[in-house]
Design a protein around this ligand. Structure first.
Ligand code: CA
Length: 231
């Protein structure tokens, strides 16, 4: 979550930006003119992670503010909004220490992407968390990436073979798997294990994961055929 100050006298632009940035989880303040912005930034030394700075402002211009901010902080990111399309302004703004600029009228998606990029560069936006390979059903949660299994939120210990079995069940949900199919998928042909081994592991899995191991609801026996998993 970043703390963002929008300095913008056009109320509808400020409101639209604020709405979208808040949707992304940021904290947003709006300064409606250069004087308010100067008070917040310079006199009160409020702490922000990013300033979105309109160039054309009543009372104190964006350029002046940019200079004042840079005198105070070398590192506070500044994104300039400029209605002017001519390059000298942009170059001037960047020279004064703006990190980036966007020309109005701007494309909202592009502006949000640029804001994201600035915050990421400054280390404010963490990279998106990696999605784990997780199976959730009933009161069971199994994370195949961290090899963690929980029942009702409490950790239960499963062996790698048991995790492997549950993964095969998950990948073939609702399908009957023969003991030989399970052997091949989990143990592989190299490891000589008997179909009896499969039965033992199924019993252990039920003891760990089923609410009533003797009357399983998820890891089911299919007479004469094998086993199947249902949520
Ligand atoms: Ca303006």
């Amino acid at each position: 979550v970043a703390n963002i100050l929008i300095v913008e006298d056009e109320a509808h632009i400020a409101a639209g930006l604020r709405f979208n940035l808040e949707l992304e989880g940021h904290q947003v303040e709006v300064a409606v003119d250069g004087l308010v912005a100067r008070r917040l930034l310079i006199e009160e030394s409020r702490d922000y992670d990013l300033v979105i700075l309109d160039l054309m402002l009543p009372h104190v211009s964006g350029f002046e503010l940019c200079r004042a901010i840079r005198r105070k902080s070398e590192t506070l990111p500044i994104l300039m909004l400029t209605a002017k399309r001519d390059d000298p302004d942009k170059v001037y703004g960047l020279r004064l220490g703006a990190d980036d600029y966007v020309t109005k009228p701007f494309n909202l998606e592009e502006l949000l992407a640029r804001i994201d990029a600035i915050l990421r560069r400054k280390g404010w936006t963490a990279p998106a968390p990696v999605e784990h390979d997780v199976l959730v059903y009933g009161n069971v949660r199994i994370d195949f990436d961290t090899f963690e299994a929980k029942v009702d939120g409490s950790e239960v210990k499963l062996t790698p073979i048991e995790f492997g079995l549950m993964r095969v069940f998950r990948d073939n949900e609702g399908l009957v798997l023969s003991r030989d199919q399970l052997l091949e998928a989990v143990w592989g042909w190299q490891n000589p294990a008997s179909t009896r081994t499969v039965d033992n592991f199924i019993l252990r899995l039920r003891r760990s994961l089923e609410p009533v191991p003797s009357a399983p609801r998820h890891i089911l026996s299919v007479r004469g055929a094998g086993y199947k998993f249902v949520r």
